[in-house]
Design a protein around this ligand. Structure first.
Ligand SMILES: [Mg+2]
Length: 178
């Protein structure tokens, strides 16, 4: 057994908050039902929590990096009120077809690429093989696997999963896998 911590890395839209499509303001941000007890239980099991989110809405010009930061500050403050601490929040604003020039590129951080997962593992000194990723998109699972995460949990109503991915229809099922 290593001495490194295990992490639970979470996608944001569709996992932390209801995915309304390009959520760029606090008024559009509503937490997923059942999230808080799930995260508290994960912490009780010894997981550090991190968020890794694609935010191409910035590259597309739907909202700004500052808008994203305001939403993140709200998210972290509300979670802290619920006694839940997120150790690290990473976002990728880039998209190859973005309209905003500084963000219009293919980024290694953009899921399904593993950049953000590798960064979270490095920054939090996680043992990737004993860590988990919970996401609602296939590209989350691809990023997690590319980053060496051992426990890839797909929050979905899909019935078939790629090799090495566990289907979890809800937070209760996800918790059973941690
Ligand atoms: Mg998502």
């Amino acid at each position: 057994m290593g001495t490194k911590r295990r992490g639970l890395i979470l996608d944001r839209d569709g996992v932390i908050n209801i995915d309304r499509g390009y959520v760029g303001s606090v008024t559009q941000f509503d937490f997923m039902p059942g999230l808080f007890p799930f995260l508290r239980a994960a912490v009780d099991k010894g997981y550090l929590l991190a968020v890794a989110t694609n935010q191409s809405g910035v590259a597309r010009g739907f909202y700004s990096e500052q808008d994203y930061e305001a939403v993140t500050a709200h998210m972290l403050a509300e979670l802290r009120r619920e006694t839940i601490d997120i150790s690290l929040t990473l976002a990728c604003f880039a998209h190859p077809e973005g309209k905003i020039a500084p963000y219009a590129f293919e980024s290694f951080w953009r899921k399904p690429n593993p950049g953000m997962v590798l960064e979270a593992v490095r920054r939090l000194d996680l043992e990737a093989g004993r860590s988990a990723f919970l996401g609602d998109a296939l590209r989350d699972m691809q990023a997690a696997q590319g980053g060496g995460i051992g426990n890839c949990l797909w929050l979905t109503q899909e019935k078939t999963a790629p090799k090495g991915v566990a289907l979890v229809p809800d937070f209760t099922a996800a918790l059973e896998r941690l």
